[in-house]
Design a protein around this ligand. Structure first.
Ligand SMILES: *Cc1c(COP(=O)(O)O)cnc(C)c1O
Length: 412
């Protein structure tokens, strides 16, 4: 998004034209930004054989999946439905890695049937899988390296109390299961959570993976997960992807020499690929002065964007109706009957009722986590591609809320 001649533009299109055309609230995605991020990460890892799997739980619109398929990513799917969406979007089976957690064997059987790659993150399931499929279906094993990564404990997954992965201290047991069932382990995986800033932390995780990899002679790939931190505030520091690419590629290639086989290095970013490409726009319904603050109340709430309330996430907010002028301090809130505060004490250009506020970084985990709470409709989604706008999901209507409800005459 850029500010030009006193108006905000997304790939050349004025934001206000988009809300006028598609109404409010509205999610807008910028395909050029997604492609740019994909190119950044592939450039950073150009010295190794790298595959980028888009972690589609961040944003699952079919058009976004198709865009990433065309760019050349694989897919990280965490549910059988995400696998099915990926296949629908045209991803090759062997480019989809299914990484479930706490699912039943039944769902894993479905993934086997669909022919995608399977990542297993607990020993009981690994054992069951081995009894059933032996070496006829290869597996990837998700490891918990026990590194504490990222500042936000709500999105950290690699620590000792995490439900994800199989502890590195249980590798002897894993090997026993693998050997007894004559299973083939084609990949090792780790994902230590979101918002990892330090290249150092990634490299520490990588060393643990290399150590573990020596115990598995049939590997084709090592998947280092994701967790790249992206800037949410203007002064935020992000993961230095170029430095990481240079260091890890070099170390990975040396490991492959030692291992005696050229392996594929996989990353599966969600946030990194789509966070900054998304914008969420909502209308100011009410300016309400109370004894302690001035509230700007929007025509949206935690039903459409829950990250601030759920994770204490920070989303930058700008008044796109008044790009320039004096600022005032607002507490930006939603219309839901809960305390749904998007941000306290934000300096925003002086707002009037009817102005439009825009949230940055609304690509990842925003629409994907939206709900119908308070019986509100979910917003429309628009993709801006090569300077043109496309509706990629309709705004919901009353019949969408009623669709699966069954009205029964119970009598008294
Ligand atoms: C959520 C998730 C990702 C993506 O994490 P980001 O922080 O969005 O990049 C990658 N891999 C797995 C297994 C995940 O669950």
């Amino acid at each position: 998004m850029e500010l030009k001649k006193n108006q905000y533009l997304i790939d050349g299109i004025p934001v206000l034209n988009l809300v006028e055309k598609y109404d409010s609230p509205l999610y807008v995605y910028e395909s050029a930004k997604m492609a740019g991020q994909f190119n950044r990460i592939t450039d950073a890892f150009k010295d190794s054989r790298v595959q980028i799997n888009y972690a589609c739980k961040a944003l699952t619109n079919i058009n976004i999946l198709k865009l990433f398929r065309k760019l050349g990513t694989g897919l990280d799917a965490v549910s059988i439905q995400e696998v099915q969406m990926g296949l629908k979007a045209g991803f090759e089976k062997d480019r989809i890695l299914y990484t479930p957690n706490c699912v039943s064997m039944k769902e894993i059987d479905q993934a086997v049937e669909l022919g995608v790659r399977i990542n297993i993150d607990n020993i009981a399931i690994l054992e069951e899988f081995g009894h059933k499929y032996a070496d006829s279906v290869p597996v990837c094993v998700r490891i918990n390296p026990h590194i504490v990564a990222g500042a936000n404990h709500k999105i950290s997954t690699g620590h000792i109390d995490s439900k994800f992965g199989i502890s590195i201290y249980q590798m002897t047991h894993v090997q026993r299961v693998i050997e007894t069932n004559r299973m083939r382990v084609e990949g090792l995986h780790m994902h230590s959570g979101s918002d990892i800033l330090d290249v150092e932390v990634f490299l520490r995780g990588a060393e643990i993976m290399f150590d573990t990899a020596k115990k598995f002679p049939d590997l084709d790939y090592i998947d280092f997960g994701s967790g790249f931190k992206v800037p949410y505030r203007t002064d935020d520091v992000a993961t230095d992807i170029d430095a990481l690419g240079a260091c890890l590629s070099d170390r990975f290639n040396r490991f492959c020499d030692e291992y005696g086989k050229k392996l594929t290095l996989i990353f599966e970013p969600g946030k990194f690929l789509v966070s900054e490409a998304g914008y969420f726009i909502a209308r100011v319904n009410v300016i309400k002065q109370t004894t302690s603050t001035v509230f700007a109340g929007l025509d949206t709430g935690m039903n459409h964007l829950i990250r601030p309330m759920f994770y204490d996430a920070y989303h930058d907010i700008v008044n796109v109706s008044k790009p320039e002028g004096k600022t005032r301090i607002y507490t930006v809130v939603g219309y839901i009957c809960e305390t749904d505060t998007f941000g306290w004490n934000r300096k925003i250009t002086e707002a009037s009722e009817g102005d439009y506020f825009l949230f940055r970084n609304a690509g990842a985990y925003c629409y994907a986590m939206s709900s119908n709470y308070n019986s509100r409709f979910r917003p429309a989604e628009v993709m801006v591609h090569k300077g043109r706008d496309f509706l990629i999901r309709k705004r919901e209507k009353m019949e969408d809320l009623m669709r699966n409800q069954v009205e029964v005459e119970f009598g008294l």
